[in-house]
Design a protein around this ligand. Sequence first.
Ligand SMILES: O=C(O)CCC(=O)C(=O)O
Ligand SMILES: [Fe+2]
Length: 211
Amino acid sequence: ISLLASCSVLSNWTSSQTSHANFSTKDISLLDHTSLMEQFNSTDVYDKIEEAYKMIPSRSNGRTNARSPLSFLDLFVVKYTAGDFDELNMHRDGSLISFTLPLSEEHEGGGTTFECLQDDGDDHDRVLVHGVNTDWGEVKNGTVHARAGTLVVHSGKMMHGGGKVTKNNRYVLVGFLHVESKDEDMFRLCKRLARFDAPEKRGYSAEDLLP
Ligand SMILES: O=C(O)CCC(=O)C(=O)O
Ligand SMILES: [Fe+2]
């Protein structure tokens, strides 16, 4: 994955508190780096998200057409290192839709952990996995271990976290997507996904999570 090569050249990984309120991670924002953004735009991630959501955001003019119900709140690469920043606590994102796209495979441990998968026996239909082929990865004990290049799309409102990396580095591209509230189909879908967070268990409804 060439994005990784480009990111690792950049040394300004920040221990940011911005993307992850209250969490300390090492990440680098693509939105701050035009060349990384250009590379990202030349990948088929948008196509895969469209596929995942069976919808077609307008993609003319550098894919930032105002008519698209999707836009980026943030897009960044997180670097986990065994024994250092090795995991990310369970949390919800500020976004309705999020995705992770692993850029590396040399690590042990890691993966994206979902509470709803732990509760419900690894039924990974609850997150949308879009691998390049059937060998996309696996779900184990509620943790999605996707291979590099496999897109994992999920509701930002599902409790999730980054699994502990026990060896080497793990690099993962993370996107937070804003959903236009005027887009009713998209909104309905987001509610459906948010429900997978088993909110009834917590005493609130999926709708309470939505703006
Ligand atoms: O490392 C992962 O797979 C999850 C990252 C994540 O949830 C986040 O950056 O918000
Ligand atoms: Fe997250």
